[in-house]
Design a binder for this molecule. Structure first.
Ligand code: ARG
Length: 588
């Protein structure tokens, strides 16, 4: 139970004892932390329903609550808010339990865990990862870790964009450039060479060239469409070439994701769902879901009460080729068969909202999967200072590899400026710089609500003060060093909590608020709520450490309590950082 749940249950009992609905007892953090720790606004709603004076109801509830041992102070404020302050003993007992929580540091867990497939990352083969892919990877990774911690069985799948027209564009591009390669001999059955005929950088150059050519030239686009169809029909030379393209790209992607500390369980892609298409085509026809229209096979997904346009899905185009909608539908069926999850979640750009709505409706219509258990967790765009999607100064998209290098270099500069990492060896300095740079990037991204756009501002992200990744890593290192130094100075062991100073009480409240923050982040699929928690925790610790001695506190019991508080902060902060998806260095 979270602290808010526990208090809500207590307040609920008081409402019930007054003959009112227990749900009126919902307790939340106080709007005015200077006046109270928590508040309950239930008397206002109760009064409205019963046409009574809210202050009167609040008074009766307050009287009941004041008689309970948990509260040090219960007051009625304004039109009927009930303000609550807990006793230090109550908080101390909860804190002792948090410290004895075996590495969960008071973290919340779900009563009925679920099996979840999380589709995130979604990079496309042959295109280098760029900043546009940052959010999908970072937010998805954090949600995966949060859900796992809460008890869910989560399988993260990168779902490569490895099928469809762009592959035909690429294959035909190479065929036009190097028609003599063995892959293009229509009679060739293989085996084909093990090594790819081109390099990764050739591939990265060919991709934009091919898509531009197809955009401008209808005849060229036709060639690409035919190549796509031939690939999807299994022409051996094309399939062999396609494998090379996938391998080259995936190897590069793995390195980028590793640096970002983003890890996938499955490296499946759109192509993996392709074998299901013929069977699904038949099945969808039998179910009366598929319709022929202008030579294409479509699924109508509009509903009577729609107040926006909901175009039908093209399941197979007039060439019989499989597109993005069809691979997503087939992937849902594939995942259901392979893993039988309770839920499938997609961390994908807001610009694909229509796509997912169409796909979810189609699988519901076909009876393949319950629409209510499919969630598109869309996210906003990372913009440049001009408010448009971020571009490099030259106007291109910034490659993720270049961005990682930039933040690592910048972090290195900042570390030196701030006198950190002095006297470390080259390898450690470089690793700390990577950790700090990546934390700056990831925290800046995650600390914005998932659904908002935000502006890319490296200097702000990299600051060691304020709500930034580097500040939090530094806070983590500092807390650990405070604890280690106190221990080394003979401060003894951590002991039972004794809370007296306001800074101790505030810190205890923040630590105990972790369960609520985690549950909110989980239920609303919003990692930024954990960023807020991490930042508040770090700040609260600073205030505590400025006001309260630890190692040189004379009273052994108080010393032991403060050591316990500081250790709990260190443990909880590192836990939250790991749930957000980054690791703190040993020292800095
Ligand atoms: N590859 C896609 C893109 O770049 C994103 C894939 C998202 N996942 C999915 N199941 N459609 O737009």
């Amino acid at each position: 139970m979270t602290l808010k749940d526990e208090l809500s249950a207590i307040a609920g009992e008081a409402f019930a004892a007054e003959g009112l609905d227990a749900s009126l007892g919902a307790v939340k953090a106080a709007d005015r932390p200077d006046l109270a720790q928590f508040q309950c606004n239930g008397a206002l709603a109760a009064a409205k329903a019963a046409k009574k004076n809210p202050r009167e109801i609040a008074g009766a509830i307050a009287e009941r609550l004041a008689a309970r041992p948990e509260f040090a102070e219960v007051t009625v404020a304004g039109p009927g808010f009930i303000n609550l302050k807990l006793t230090p003993d109550f908080l101390a007992a909860r804190l002792d339990a948090l410290c004895a929580d075996g590495g969960r540091f008071g973290g919340w867990s779900k009563e009925t865990p679920e099996k979840i497939v999380l589709d995130y990352g979604g990079p496309n083969v042959a295109k280098p990862l760029h900043v546009g892919h940052l959010r999908a990877g970072i937010i998805g990774e954090s949600l995966k870790r949060i859900m796992r911690f809460a008890g869910d069985d989560v399988t993260g799948d990168v779902h490569l964009g490895d099928w469809g027209l762009q592959m035909g564009q690429l294959i035909s591009e190479l065929e036009l450039r190097q028609p003599d390669l063995v892959y293009f001999d229509p009679a060739a059955q293989g085996p084909f060479p093990e090594d790819p005929p081109i390099s990764l950088s050739d591939l990265e150059e060919m991709y934009p060239a091919a898509s531009a050519a197809c955009k401008d030239d209808k005849a060229r686009a036709d060639i690409a469409r035919k190549a796509t169809k031939a690939l999807q029909s299994g022409r051996p030379g094309y399939v062999a070439l396609w494998r090379h393209f996938v391998t080259l790209s995936v190897n590069a992607m793995k390195k980028d994701y590793a640096d970002l500390e983003v890890e996938f369980d499955l490296w499946k892609g759109e192509a993996d769902a392709d074998p299901l298409i013929p069977e699904l085509t038949e099945d969808l026809k039998t179910r009366g879901v598929l319709e022929e229209s202008d030579g294409a096979e479509i699924i109508r997904v509009a509903r009577e009460d729609d107040n926006k346009e909901m175009p039908p899905i093209i399941f197979l185009n007039s060439e019989g080729a499989v597109g993005y909608h069809a691979t997503d539908i087939a992937t849902i069926v594939d995942r259901k068969r392979a893993l039988d999850p309770d839920r499938m979640l997609y961390v994908v750009d807001a610009r694909q909202r229509l796509h997912f709505e169409q796909v979810f409706r189609a699988v519901e219509k076909a009876g393949y999967f319950d629409e209510a258990r499919l969630e598109h967790l869309w996210f906003g765009t990372m913009n440049g200072k001009d408010g448009k999607p971020f571009k490099t100064r030259a106007g291109g998209t910034l490659k993720l590899r270049d961005l990682i290098e930039t933040v690592t270099d910048k972090a290195r500069e900042r570390l030196v400026e701030n006198g950190f990492a002095e006297g470390y060896g080259e390898a450690e300095t470089q690793e700390v710089a990577r950790q700090v740079g990546v934390a700056a990037l990831k925290f800046a991204d995650l600390s914005n609500p998932r659904t908002s756009d935000y502006i890319f501002d490296l200097d702000r992200f990299m600051a060691f003060e304020g709500k930034t990744g580097p500040y939090l890593l530094y806070a983590s290192v500092r807390v650990r060093s405070v604890v280690a130094k106190a221990r080394a100075a003979g401060a003894g062991e951590a002991g039972a909590a004794i809370l007296a100073a306001p800074e101790e009480i505030d810190l205890a409240l923040v630590l105990l608020g972790f369960a609520d923050a985690l549950r909110d982040a989980y239920e609303r699929r919003l990692p930024h709520l954990l960023c807020d928690h991490a930042f508040t925790l770090a700040q609260s610790f600073s205030k505590f450490y400025a006001a309260c001695r630890i190692a040189d506190e004379a009273d052994a019991d108080i010393r032991a309590s403060r050591l316990a508080l500081a250790s709990a902060v260190g443990g909880q902060l590192d836990l939250v950082l790991s749930l957000l998806g980054f690791s703190a260095p040993e020292r800095m």
